[in-house]
Design a protein around this ligand. Sequence first.
Ligand SMILES: [Cu+2]
Length: 254
Amino acid sequence: MAAGLAAPSWAAPAVTLRPEAREVPVAGRRLPMLAFNGSVPGPELRFGQGDVARITLDNGLDDGALVHWHGLRVPNRMDVIADVTGPVVIRDTYGGADDLLGALAAEGARPVSTAPIPRLPANPVAQPGTASQTASLALQGGAGGAPHKGTGIWALNDISGLPRQPLLRARRGETVRIEMVNQTGFPHGMHLHGHHFQEVDASGGLGPLRDTLLLNAGDTRSVLVVFDNPGRWMLHCHMLSHQADGMATWCEVI
Ligand SMILES: [Cu+2]
């Protein structure tokens, strides 16, 4: 369990997410889609601020499935990324263990309603210190991009797909600068798991807290990350065809 998460209370909301193949009507036609609980998009999940939720993944596909959460800090084991935190499994509910997923905070007050979600109070956020190391990340590939040594269409630092060694290793709590250079002719939305970061602007100021940064063709951008969540965390392009064809790496927090 990650530090700082509330103790679980199993009176908390329980939700089952079931990925499954469905034919869904789209513009007058029925198209084969991947659905959650029978619908595309899947059901809206609403929780009270501070609720601890129990999420069960009930995989109805003939293939592996994983669920990844944006905007929430979860323990590394619950990040469930194949080849980084563990294998993809078919029909598993995290081994049946009652694991705490995280403190899902989606709206400000009970009772749950369908009203617009009000702004939440700010979360406590680790403030970046002086970066003790800098990692450089070259985004490569695609039509018109500079040649690279990776085996796929896309690559990061001349490697397509997850490298054996992480892009960086950080001690817990360490501030790291990551410099990303988009050497391709395409935009890429670079997403870091398990953490948020702040972009460093030209004058050294820090931008808003994000977990994804869009780099347009030719962009060079730097972020500061306080790596305070132990584990192995993916850093990848969130245009998932780019990720699948090479744009993925990982960071390790020890
Ligand atoms: Cu991309």
